[in-house]
Design a protein around this ligand. Structure first.
Ligand code: MBD
Ligand code: FE
Length: 276
């Protein structure tokens, strides 16, 4: 069909709208429909191809993978770049960069004061210690900021989604101290990979891409009167550090990891004594 015929057809569809329509939803869906119809026309997409795409999305929905396809296509990173741009224009961009949340946050993790142990002791991965300080855009400490942390275990799996892990394993809220400082003990995560053979994996295969992420730790950082920061840190020696299927790695989010062989060295490194 010609563009003009497609446009006329879509206009006919749109004219069935009543006064109840949400104008923004209507305009957006009309645009998406137009682009989709143009693509079907230009690529001469066959019915079998069309229905297999519908089936892939339906499968993704059933298995809870739509939230994986979004970062896998880079859409979630695109939203981050747009949020950066909006802040830059408002003169507000600064501090630790934001990066994608991903689909694996779970609300309701135990809340701890200043320090926390995130692991339940059942994973004999490498112990990991991290500390930080929440500061505002002028570098002043943000007292009692809330730092929510979540990450995968040493097999790359997240509690709640992985039913073999205990409830809220590797998930905590940490209330920072008066100086905005927090610290935690955990185990070194392994990079996440999309479920093998699942909808996201099948789509990525067709795109000639993999479904791996480098090892990372997620953060939400919030305090009254401040916007909430959604970010992650990456583990620097991971082979996928700059080859993340979700495009989440950013400059400024790859801290130095010091490896020590004895607890005494940990104390000397300034992380403090192993706690909890
Ligand atoms: C993850 O662990 C993740 O952080 C993202 C962004 C996507 C999929 C899995
Ligand atoms: Fe993750």
């Amino acid at each position: 069909m010609e563009r003009a015929e497609i446009d006329a057809l879509l206009q006919r569809f749109d004219q069935t709208a009543s006064e109840q329509a949400n104008p923004r939803t209507r305009a957006i869906v009309n645009r998406l429909m137009r682009e989709l119809c143009y693509a079907i026309e230009d690529f001469d997409i066959q019915p079998s191809e069309f229905w297999s795409a519908v089936e892939l999305l339906a499968d993704a929905g059933r298995s809870g993978e739509l939230g994986l396809i979004v970062p896998g296509l880079g859409l979630e990173h695109f939203l981050d770049l747009r949020a950066d741009e909006a802040e830059r224009k408002a003169g507000l961009l600064g501090g630790t960069p934001r990066t994608i949340e991903g689909p694996l946050y779970v609300a309701g993790a135990p809340l701890c004061e200043c320090e926390a142990r995130l692991d339940d002791g059942k994973d004999d991965g490498e112990p990991l210690f991290m500390r930080g300080q929440v500061r505002d855009d002028a570098g002043r400490p943000v007292p009692h900021a809330l730092v929510e942390v979540w990450h995968a275990n040493s097999l790359g799996n997240y509690s709640y989604f992985d039913k073999t892990q205990s409830d809220f394993n590797l998930r905590r809220g940490i209330r920072a101290d008066e100086q905005g400082r927090y610290r935690f003990r955990s185990i070194m995560p392994c990079g996440y990979s999309v479920p093998p053979g699942g909808a996201t994996d099948r789509l990525l295969l067709q795109l000639g891409r993999h479904g791996h992420r480098p090892a990372h730790v997620h953060f939400f950082v919030s305090a009254p009167g401040f916007r909430k920061l959604t970010t992650q840190i990456n583990i620097q020696d991971d082979p996928h550090l700059w080859d993340d299927f979700a495009f989440g790695t950013r400059d400024g989010l790859v801290p130095d990891v010091q490896r020590v062989s004895a607890p005494e060295e940990l104390r000397q490194s300034g992380v403090g004594k192993p706690f909890a």
